[in-house]
Design a protein around this ligand. Structure first.
Ligand code: UDP
Ligand code: MG
Length: 323
């Protein structure tokens, strides 16, 4: 949808995009808070809104509940149903494709991002900021998640040009221009908040509340979290590869010096057999470093492979909307 069409009469100016994966237990609570919050925003800023839910192949009643919601509030609700599970970032990407507003706000379905904060984000977007980042005050997640997230934030800050205090919070506001650019990228694996930031010309950050998950458990397994963080690191920087080749150079230098030293000793002192365990330790360490390097190269190659196949990033089964 182009910017021109979106500004025509009857078109919403504000689109809320919400990915949903097996959230049946919490969806009603989300509806109960989301719509009143949005109705208030609509009156306060004199705008029309729409909510675009993307069902990411849920295996529970989520899709049915979204269908009912589209029937109840057809004026403001649409639902995009995926054929199977393609992941949160692809669900948001599809939401971007169907969103018609000039301003687009993404939100989690589990009520960890309070819908009442949409007001503050809208305020910043209307003030001309094309990207509204958020910082979760008092984050309500496990200690491990908070610790790992802080470490990843630090790493990303060092190896990319992206400056965000809290990259993981998915409650975020984007202008139409940024959403269109993000869609153009066509990346198979991506991290939307970081990608959006790279196009921002007037970004800002605000503090938002963070709540515990209303129902159910996190949909990210440890494996998926690791994969997501690899997407973030490899998708925005080749510095890990460069660091690795520099490390390789230094290790080769050190190994070469050790070789010369041992050769000299061999001639001066004759054959020696001590130090077998040191040799083991050194060998294991170097094998570890090599495997890590191989894996790192593999991460990039795997992404190139996925990209060159050019398979659809997600498959939409149905779009439920007012006919
Ligand atoms: N989600 C999704 N597809 C997935 C995993 C998650 O659409 O494969 C949605 C999920 O329903 C929720 C949001 O993404 O609305 C964030 O997921 P979750 O709360 O599990 O992540 P966490 O808060 O633990 O990072
Ligand atoms: Mg959550």
């Amino acid at each position: 949808m182009t910017a021109n069409l979106a500004s025509q009469a009857g078109q919403p100016q504000l689109s809320i995009v919400i990915p949903v994966y097996n959230e049946a237990d919490g969806l009603q609570a989300l509806f109960d808070r989301l719509y009143p919050a949005l109705d208030a925003v609509a009156i306060k800023y004199k705008l029309q809104y729409e909510v675009v839910f993307v069902n990411d192949g849920s295996k529970d009643r989520s899709a049915g509940m979204l269908a009912t919601q589209v029937e109840l509030r057809p004026d403001v609700t649409r639902a995009v149903l995926f054929q199977s599970n393609f992941g949160q970032h692809m669900a948001i990407m599809a939401g971007f494709e169907y969103a018609r507003g000039q301003y687009i706000i993404t939100l989690d379905a589990d009520l960890q991002n309070p819908p009442e904060e949409i007001d503050a984000l809208t305020h910043e977007l209307l003030n001309g900021h094309d990207y509204v980042g958020t910082i979760r005050a008092n984050r309500r997640d496990t200690f491990f998640r908070k610790f790992a997230s802080r470490a990843m934030n630090g790493l990303r800050q060092k190896i990319t040009h992206i400056t965000m205090t809290d990259q993981g919070c998915m409650l975020r506001g984007y202008s139409r221009r940024i959403v269109d650019l993000v869609r153009q990228c066509n990346e198979s694996n991506t991290f939307i908040p970081a990608l959006g930031y790279t196009f921002a010309s007037n970004p800002t950050e605000i503090n938002v509340k963070h709540e515990e998950r209303f129902a159910g458990e996190s949909k990210y397994s440890l494996y998926q979290l690791i994969r997501l963080n690899f997407d973030l690191v490899t998708g925005f920087s080749v510095m890990p590869l460069q660091i690795f080749s520099i490390l390789g150079m230094f290790l080769a230098l050190a190994a070469g010096s050790l070789f010369i030293y041992l050769l000299v000793r061999r001639f001066l002192l004759g054959a020696e057999v001590e130090g077998v365990f040191t040799l083991f330790a050194l060998t294991f360490f170097l094998i570890g470093v090599m495997l890590f390097g191989l894996g790192l190269v593999g991460e990039y190659i795997g992404r190139i492979y996925q990209q060159v196949r050019e398979r659809p990033r997600y498959v939409v089964q149905t779009v439920l909307e007012k006919s």
